[in-house]
Design a binder for this molecule. Structure first.
Ligand code: NAI
Ligand code: AKG
Length: 527
């Protein structure tokens, strides 16, 4: 039974799903050293934001197949290291959207009405009605940085409260922003005109300290900023200074550059114009059930050999297209493997032409499957959908992808050509019916062959007697032929022969076949 390590608190609903297929060990609060020590025993790791999954942990995880992040941000996982090692990283892109948006809203309102200080004051025995004069959000301008899932939900809620909306998101269309009632503007203008600014972007090299002293200096002195996205997007020292100096009216933060927030962080001593929560954006009962189920189901599926629906490091397969794509993935792997054996080692390039219905954009995983097949001779089980592209790049294999929806010999077909030490070779294949895979051409000679484990391909002159001679050669080595087909373009010109064999070809037989008059080339292929 596979083993799953759960190293952060996860809702029981997720544990129950995992327990159906695996031994689940819940072990929270482990140090990095302890994780490195125990991770070799595990097939899957399930985390929230508490565990930092470093390169060292990933490299020690020799049995790891999947890392599941029960939440959105995967910045606590070294995703490139996982990809290199062929480990799928999955998250729950939507499970905590509402929770995070509502937390940002709660931060905005509690900051505006001094709720945290008023609460502390009353509990401290006081009754200070004049001390806590608040402001309304109605008719104020909210600047949303990042109009993705959380930003969009917040936009709808803020609009309903009568706020005017600005948004900055260089990857969102004006139409989408219009639909949400937001005016799409540049960051500078948003900072200048907003009464409230709320951040809903990922932490990336581009967004690190996006909100720095200079950007903060553009804000109105009455404006307030909220960060429920990721620590480090705001320069914390600059923010503390801006509030202390009265440059801005306040801030509310849920996330920090270092978590837990350091004891000596300047944010702790800013005073009453700052509201701090300990990364609670996703901490609702509902969100925790959602993300636990979402990620546990994906871990379960991957451990059962099925694809994950929200993998962040493999080309997305939309759930509704998985079934349709499956036979094409198998076709692509088979053809990739075949063309690599025909082309020989050290492949320079792989041209992948997606034809007919395969020309749609949703078929990107088919290209990865072809690469996986191409590399499987060299890397065996070490290559998978996660690392195939990286492995190809590191080997200097150029991948050229073309799409031609007008080629409709079959509903969808795939044409691969590769150049290796044995020259350039091409193969084409298609899926017949729902799932029957066929090789439909080899080096542009038409054939119609089901791939089998052991195959022999020859290039020969189309002349009487040659097929018989090959048959006798194989017979003399006690190799049984299951099926045979010849593809040719013109009578008595060049031809390709494809033989499916019941047994692998013994050593030495290829040299004998190459001696047969009229045989130009011969290749053994094991699929
Ligand atoms: N505090 C918490 O507990 C939680 C925090 N989060 C964090 O909230 C953030 C947003 O999450 P979602 O809305 O689900 O993500 P999303 O991927 O749906 O949206 C992110 C948006 O940011 C935009 N964006 C990317 N780079 C940008 C840039 N340089 N400038 C402006 N916009 C940029 C993207 O175009 C996208 O529209 C993430 O960082 C996530 O980790 C999410 C859930 C809970
Ligand atoms: O797991 C958590 O509580 C944090 C959630 C979060 O930050 C995220 O989903 O990006």
């Amino acid at each position: 039974m596979p083993k799953v390590l759960v190293s952060d608190p996860i809702d029981q609903a997720g544990i129950d799903i995992l327990s159906q297929v695996a031994q689940v060990d819940v072990n929270t609060g482990l140090s990095a050293e302890e994780l490195v020590r125990i991770i070799p025993d595990y097939d899957a790791l399930m985390i929230r934001s508490g565990t930092q999954v470093t390169k060292e942990i990933i490299e020690a995880g020799n049995s790891l197949k999947i890392i599941g992040r029960a939440g959105v941000g995967v910045d606590n996982v070294d995703v490139p290291a996982a990809t290199r090692k062929g480990i799928v990283v999955v998250n729950s892109p939507e499970g905590n959207t509402i929770a995070a948006a509502e937390h940002a809203l709660a931060m905005m309102l509690s900051m505006s009405r001094h709720i945290p200080e008023a609460n502390a004051s009353v509990k401290g025995g006081k009754w200070e009605r004049n001390r806590f004069l608040g402001v309304e959000v109605y008719k104020k301008t909210l600047g949303i940085v990042g109009l993705g899932k959380i930003g969009s939900h917040l936009a709808a809620a803020a609009k309903a409260m009568g706020m005017k909306l600005l948004a900055y998101d260089p990857f969102i269309s004006t139409e989408r922003a219009d639909q949400l009632g937001c005016r799409l503007v540049e960051l500078k203008l948003l900072m200048r005109e907003s009464d409230y600014i709320t951040l809903h972007i990922p932490k990336t090299p581009e967004t690190l300290h996006l909100i720095n002293a200079e950007v903060l200096s553009k804000m109105k002195p009455t404006a307030r900023i909220i960060n429920c996205a990721r620590g480090g997007i705001i320069d914390e020292a600059a923010l503390a200074e801006a509030i202390k100096e009265g440059q801005i009216a306040g801030a509310a933060l849920d996330v920090y550059e270092h978590e837990p927030l350091q004891a000596d962080s300047p944010l702790r001593t800013v005073g009453q114009n700052i509201v701090l929560t300990p990364h609670l954006g996703a901490s609702t009962a509902e969100a925790q059930v959602n993300v636990a189920i979402d990620v546990a189901e994906q871990i379960r599926d991957v451990l059962l050999g099925l694809p994950a629906r929200s993998a962040v490091n493999i080309p997305g397969i939309f759930p509704d297209s998985i079934e349709k794509l499956k036979p094409y993935l198998q076709l692509a792997e088979t053809l990739g493997n075949l063309v690599s054996q025909l082309a020989g080692g050290r492949v320079d390039y792989l041209n992948v032409q997606l034809q007919g219905e395969l020309a749609s954009n949703q078929s990107q995983p088919v290209v990865v499957a072809a690469l996986k097949g191409l590399l499987s001779q060299a890397l065996r089980e070490r290559v998978n959908y996660v690392n195939a592209s990286i492995e190809a790049k590191e080997r200097g294999i150029r991948v050229v992808e073309t799409r031609d929806a007008s080629i409709r010999d079959y509903t969808g077909s795939l044409h691969l050509s590769a150049k290796g030490t044995l020259g350039e070779h091409t193969v084409t294949g298609a899926v017949l019916g729902d799932s029957e895979i066929r090789i439909t051409s080899v080096d542009d000679f038409p054939v119609n062959v089901s791939p089998t484990h052991h195959m022999l391909f020859t290039l020969h002159r189309d002349m009487p007697g040659i097929i018989g001679k090959i048959g006798s050669q194989l017979g003399s080595f006690n190799v049984n032929i299951a099926s045979m087909q010849v593809g040719r373009k013109i009578v008595r010109g060049d031809a390709v022969m494809v033989l499916s064999l019941d047994d692998p070809l013994p050593e030495g037989i290829l040299a004998e076949i190459l001696k047969v008059p009229g045989i130009r080339d011969a290749y053994t292929v094991n699929l």
